[in-house]
Ligand binder design. Structure first.
Ligand code: COA
Length: 459
């Protein structure tokens, strides 16, 4: 454990991810929903979608991932001094998910852990992460680790948004001398009041979503954050920033097509700022759009297509490596951006030392920040290769159970009835779950929730 004075290179020391093993293939869902073939797989760019059955929820997933991270890295529970949770899945309007997680620390007697939950759509995880990093960098830091948890189950009412669901929880250990270091000065935020996606009906888990508006808001916030990040870079470095100054770009991913559009948009930003930032073929392709006003540019479908096409070769190198888990698991709300980052680690871990990664976090409503990481090898056990080995993304994806769309729809119906209900026992069917996974057993007449852990000896 590092000393409590002068923390340097504060950032992420370790990451673990959990997603439910139950999933539905997007191709099968297209057929089931009677939409044209390719709409979800090519049109939205999604391969598969994870979902919680009646025995899993945001609390069980976060219990699983926190326990797993502490065990894998052999971190003593007493060494955690702050625990922050990001989530937009409301289970209780007052009691935080963080307080449920305190059960993990009970045995060690450590109740001295600051932090509660942060909520604003998919941005809560980023707020939680910034809070933890700020704590480690502050004068109130006591030398212990911070722990950030992003946990969400994304489910939509029947209709066009339903295939953009997903579920996961991510845990990130925060401290000094990290392999994933914040470039704290390189940051741009954009926040405003919009009704693009929100959850006003407290009796339902489903959001009210204006899909097209949320897409435009995302792109406008992206433009604004990128402009600010570029300005800050120029002030610090005395030269302009362009896409070539970062090795990778990682985006919050409600569905992959939006990530493709977003990177195209960054590419167009570079072209507008200085045409020499892009190659000659792209300059020619984008020239007809150079005089569009801001509003016109968000509406132009031709520009959207031209951007994606022009940026494709750079997208393949700088964005695609961070798309695996979001395409396979779906939108994980607060966990989405960090699962995209986990995908990048998984795909490129042996060549990431010294590299810069620009991250874009977006939460409807709206709140957005673009920020930057610098990667370094780190010290055992907190080094990049070990993080990738212990996350074990390949096996987690391989060991999933594909269920039929009918079963998926049936499960969502049960969850609709259970949402906000009391006095019931779950199916307790944890046959799909891996040993060590927490699951919900019952909710009593006082709405109190009870969880068990699948025996590590059972199969
Ligand atoms: C994204 C969303 C609006 C799409 O629903 P929709 O209106 O039915 O979908 P569209 O008709 O626009 O089709 C989606 C895409 O698939 C394409 N498509 C449709 N059918 C296709 C097919 N058979 N083959 C290939 N592509 C197809 C469309 O052209 C479109 O692509 P484009 O945007 O590049 O033009 C909807 O899923 C939604 O609201 N999701 C939630 C959004 C969200 O998560 N917001 C909050 C977080 S930011």
């Amino acid at each position: 454990m590092a000393s409590s004075s002068h923390p340097n290179n504060v950032g992420i020391l370790a990451i673990d991810i959990y997603f439910p093993p139950t999933c539905v293939q997007q191709g099968a869902l297209e057929e089931h929903d009677g939409v044209s073939k390719g709409k979800y797989t090519i049109g939205l760019g999604q391969d598969c979608m994870a979902f919680c059955t009646d025995v899993e929820d945001v609390i069980s997933m976060s219990l699983t991932v926190v326990t797993s991270l502490l065990e894998k890295y052999n971190v003593d529970s007493k060494q955690i001094g702050r625990l922050e949770v990001g989530s937009e899945t409301v289970i209780d309007k007052s009691k935080s998910i963080k307080t449920f997680l305190m059960q993990v620390f009970e045995e060690s007697g450590n109740a001295d852990i600051e932090g509660v939950d942060s909520t604003n759509a998919c941005y809560g995880g980023t707020a939680a992460l910034f809070n933890c990093v700020n704590w480690v960098e502050s004068s109130s830091w006591d030398g212990r680790y911070g722990l950030v948890v992003c946990t969400d189950s994304a489910v939509y009412a029947e209709g066009p948004a339903r295939p953009t669901g997903g579920a996961a929880a991510i845990a990130m250990l925060i401290g000094p001398d990290a392999p994933i270091v914040f470039e704290s000065k390189l940051r741009g935020s954009h926040m405003s009041h919009v009704y693009d996606f929100y959850k006003p009906n407290l009796a339902s888990e489903y959001p009210v979503v204006d899909g097209m508006l949320s897409q435009t808001c995302y792109l406008m916030a992206l433009d604004s954050c990128y402009r600010l990040l570029c300005e800050k870079f120029e002030k610090l470095e005395g030269r302009p920033f362009s896409i070539s100054d970062s090795d990778y770009f990682v985006f919050h991913s409600p569905y992959n097509k939006l990530v493709q559009k977003s990177f195209g948009r960054l590419y167009f930003n570079d072209f507008q700022r200085n045409p020499s930032f892009v190659d000659e073929v792209s300059r020619n392709a984008l020239a007809p759009f150079a005089s569009l006003s801001g509003d016109e540019s968000y509406r132009s479908r031709d520009l959207e297509k031209a951007n994606q096409q022009a940026a494709k070769h750079v997208y393949d190198a700088k964005v695609q490596p961070g798309t695996l888990i979001p395409k396979q698991v779906g939108n994980m709300y607060t966990a989405s951006l960090y699962s995209a980052f986990a995908s990048l680690l998984h795909n490129k871990h042996d060549s990431l030392v010294g590299k810069r990664v620009v991250m874009f976090s977006y939460g409807s409503g709206l709140t957005a920040t673009m920020f930057s990481f610098r990667l370094q090898e780190g010290q055992q056990p907190f080094n990049l290769s070990n993080i990738v080995k212990l996350m074990n993304v390949s096996d987690k994806l391989k060991q999933r159970i594909e269920v039929t769309p009918e079963k998926f729809v049936e499960t969502l119906k049960i969850m609709e009835q259970r949402y906000g209900a009391k006095d019931f026992v779950t199916s307790m069917d944890c046959s799909y779950l891996h040993p060590g996974t927490f699951y919900l057993t019952k909710v009593d007449s006082m709405y109190r929730r009870f969880y068990s852990k699948k025996d590590t000896m059972s199969r």
